[in-house]
Design a protein around this ligand. Structure first.
Ligand SMILES: Nc1ncnc2c1ncn2[C@@H]1O[C@H](COP(=O)(O)OP(=O)(O)OP(=O)(O)O)[C@@H](O)[C@H]1O
Ligand SMILES: [Mg+2]
Length: 288
């Protein structure tokens, strides 16, 4: 098993690629959902992405990387059990800490754990070791990254094959995502990121965010931005938000999200397909 420190030492000017995968036949695609600023929708988008990939037939692991403010299990309606503490102390195995739902597997972290707070462990090393050990079991591993520019957050972002940078039209969100991309470029030579504009209120606002960010990033950092699309600001009460956001209803919102994800999966050579009840495979756009 490789430690992150070893991986960092071998880090060259190339961005991390699928060559990190142990499974050369069908490499696991690793994506971090990130953004710098807090509360922009990273966890919601990471969960929806992972669940949709699993529904489409891909073995998908979502790792909650918000080590001590983990929200993924809560958003799915599971109680917080802080089992992750016991994974760190080797009292439980990786499998024993997972929440399973078909091909969707979730590894929650902790919320308010004294053990994690006092732990001397480097969280990025813990996560990269888990990835290296289990990536051959999955088609996709999604990381729900914490807000901020901590070393752990940056390392995990750089370790992944792709980054979904979530930004809102808020000026501070735009500034924070720019800083994240700059740090990833300067420190880890990350040369490409994917952009998702969340909570936009009208098309003009979406276009403005996309133009401002992509041009500034290209001109001042020299990094490519692949625009995945936008998610509108939903007028839904806080109590009902997670259920609506994560449901697979036949509404426009869900269809648009699947379309956004389809653009990405096509690019990485993993078409978003669904297994129908009859066992046939159908492309997403054929499914109503
Ligand atoms: N498209 C949207 N429309 C309306 N509200 C949204 C949308 N996306 C996210 N939200 C609101 O933002 C809240 C925070 O979302 P989420 O927890 O996914 O953000 P986060 O970036 O992971 O936050 P943190 O930085 O704290 O981890 C949601 O609970 C929801 O109320
Ligand atoms: Mg979050």
């Amino acid at each position: 098993m490789h430690k992150t420190s070893e991986w960092l030492q071998t880090f060259s000017t190339e961005k991390p690629s699928k060559s990190h995968s142990f499974d050369s036949f069908r490499p696991c695609v690793k994506i971090s959902v990130t953004g710098g600023k807090g509360g922009v929708g990273k966890t919601s988008i990471a969960l929806k992405t992972a669940k949709e990939l699993a529904t489409a037939g891909h073995r998908t692991l979502l790792i909650d990387c918000d080590s001590n403010l983990s929200n993924t299990a809560i958003k799915l309606g599971h109680p917080m059990d802080n089992k992750f503490e016991k994974l760190l102390s080797s009292e439980l195995t990786f499998e024993e800490c997972l929440i399973l739902d078909g091909k969707f597997h979730l590894l929650p972290a902790c919320n308010g754990s004294i053990e994690v707070f006092e732990s001397k462990l480097h969280f990025d090393e813990v996560i990269t070791d888990i990835i290296q050990t289990h990536q051959h079991e999955y088609d996709f591993i999604i990381l729900d990254c914490p807000a901020g520019l901590s070393t752990a957050a940056l390392t995990l972002n750089a370790f992944c094959d792709h980054r979904f940078v979530v930004v809102t039209p808020d000026k501070s969100s735009i500034t924070d995502s720019y800083s994240l991309i700059k740090m990833l470029s300067n420190r880890f030579n990350v040369i490409e990121n994917h952009l998702i504009v969340n909570m936009f209120q009208h098309d003009k606002q979406y276009q403005k965010v996309v133009m401002t960010l992509t041009e500034t990033i290209e001109n001042y950092i020299g990094v490519r931005t692949v625009v995945l699309g936008g998610i509108p600001k939903l007028d839904i009460s806080a109590e009902g938000f997670d259920t609506f956001f994560l449901s697979e209803g036949k509404n426009e919102f869900h269809k648009n999200f699947v379309k956004l994800l389809h653009g990405f999966t096509e690019k990485v050579g993993e078409p978003l397909i669904r297994t129908s009840s009859a066992g046939h495979l159908a492309f997403e756009h054929d499914v109503q």
